[in-house]
Write a protein that binds this ligand. Structure first.
Ligand code: DP6
Length: 320
C-alpha cells in the first residue's frame, strides 16, 4: 500500500497552451518537450485506512496548497473509494515558479499512486491519468525528447529521441523567487476566452510541431532553436493580448533574452524558451553550457542559475 516514484520536470519547446476539454483537462494542442536530469520531485504515497483525510508534506513541512489537486489525482488513479493517503513530496527546485513543478509532481504521484494501489496501468493509461492532473505531467513520464499528441478523446505521449541520442543542456536563469501571481491553468482559460490570437495559435500549432519534430530527428540545432523561440513568443503574445493581460516577464527576463541574442551573435549554439513564469531557460549544446551559464549569471537581475542535462522518464523507486 506504499510506493515511491521520482520524476523530472520537462521544458516544452513547442508549448501546450489552452484546453479543448476543461473538465477532463485535455489540451487543445499537441506539444514537444525535453525532460531534465538534475531537477526532481520524489513522491511517496502511502494508503492508510486509519487516516481521516489525505495528508501532504512538501520538503518536510505540512502543506495544504496542492492537496486538493493531488487528492483528486489519487481518486482517479486508485478510485474514489480508496483509503486516505499520506503523500510525502520532496523537490530540489522552487515550486510553482514556472519551473514545471506540477509536471514532475503529477507524473511522480500518478506512478506512485498506481503502484501503491496495486493498479497495473499501461503506459497510455498512466499518460492519461497524469495529464488529467496537469497537462504537462504526461510528458515527464518519458525521458529525452517527448511528443504529446491528441488522440480522439485522450492524449498519448511518445519518445522522439532518448536523452543520450542528442544530449542538450538547459541553463535555467531564475529571475524571481516565489510563486507566480496567476497559475497556468487559470491563465490558459483567460487566453482561450479573450485573446484575439488564440485561434491562430491553435490553427498553426501542427506546423510548429512538424518543424520541431523534423529538427529533432535531424539533430538540427539551429532549426530547433528558431521554431522553439517562435513558438514561445507566440504563446506569450497570446497572453499579453488577453483581457486581463497576463504578463509573466520582468525586466530581468528581457535582459536574459538579450544575453541569449548576444551569445547567438557570437556564434554560441543556444536558444531561449520561457514558460508561465519569469524564468528563462537557455537550451544549448553541452560544450556551450559553461559560457551560457557565465553570461546569464552576469545578467543583471538573475538571482540564481541551475544547469541540467537531459534525463530519463518517471520511475518507481521502491515498492512495498
Ligand atoms: C507554459 O501543465 O501546468 O508550461 O494542465 O492546467 O496543469 P495544467 O497546465 P500546465 O501548463 C503548462 C504550460 C506551459 C507550457 C508547457 O509545459 O507545455
Amino acid at each position: 500500500m506504499q510506493a515511491t516514484a521520482i520524476a523530472q520536470p520537462n521544458i516544452a519547446l513547442i508549448k501546450y497552451w489552452g484546453k479543448r476539454d476543461v473538465a477532463r483537462n485535455l489540451p487543445a494542442v499537441g506539444s514537444i518537450s525535453i525532460t531534465l536530469r538534475d531537477l526532481y520531485t520524489r513522491m511517496q504515497v502511502e494508503f492508510d485506512a486509519t487516516l481521516a483525510a489525505d495528508e501532504l508534506t512538501v520538503n518536510d513541512a505540512p502543506d495544504q496548497r496542492m492537496l486538493p489537486r493531488l487528492s483528486a489525482c489519487l481518486d482517479r488513479v486508485a478510485g474514489e473509494r480508496r483509503s486516505r493517503a499520506r503523500i510525502t513530496s520532496t523537490c530540489n527546485f522552487p515550486i510553482a515558479a514556472g519551473l514545471a513543478s506540477s509536471a514532475s509532481s503529477f507524473a511522480a504521484l500518478t506512478m506512485a499512486g498506481a503502484a501503491a494501489a496495486g493498479r497495473d496501468a499501461s503506459a497510455d493509461e498512466l499518460a492519461s491519468l497524469a495529464g488529467q492532473g496537469s497537462g504537462s505531467a504526461a510528458r515527464s513520464l518519458l525521458g529525452g525528447f517527448v511528443e504529446l499528441a491528441n488522440t480522439d478523446d485522450d492524449i498519448q505521449v511518445r519518445n522522439l529521441l532518448g536523452p543520450a541520442d542528442w544530449p542538450l543542456a538547459v541553463v535555467v536563469a531564475i529571475t524571481q523567487a516565489g510563486p507566480k501571481p496567476v497559475g497556468s491553468t487559470e491563465a490558459m482559460e483567460i487566453s482561450r476566452e479573450t485573446s484575439p490570437f488564440y485561434k491562430s495559435w491553435i490553427d498553426d500549432q501542427p506546423q510548429d510541431l512538424d518543424a520541431a519534430r523534423t529538427a529533432i530527428l535531424g539533430r538540427d540545432f539551429d532549426r530547433l532553436g528558431a521554431i522553439a523561440e517562435h513558438n514561445c513568443l507566440k504563446m506569450h503574445s497570446i497572453m499579453w493580448a488577453s483581457r486581463p493581460p497576463v504578463v509573466y516577464w520582468n525586466a530581468a527576463t528581457m535582459r536574459c533574452l538579450q544575453t541569449v541574442r548576444h551569445l547567438q551573435g557570437d556564434g554560441v549554439p543556444v536558444f531561449f524558451t520561457i514558460d508561465a513564469g519569469p524564468q528563462v531557460k537557455a537550451v544549448c549544446l553541452p560544450e556551450a553550457a559553461d559560457r551560457v551559464e557565465a553570461a546569464l549569471r552576469e545578467t543583471p537581475g538573475v538571482i540564481d542559475i541551475m544547469t541540467s542535462g537531459l534525463g530519463t522518464g518517471a520511475r518507481l523507486e521502491d515498492e512495498s
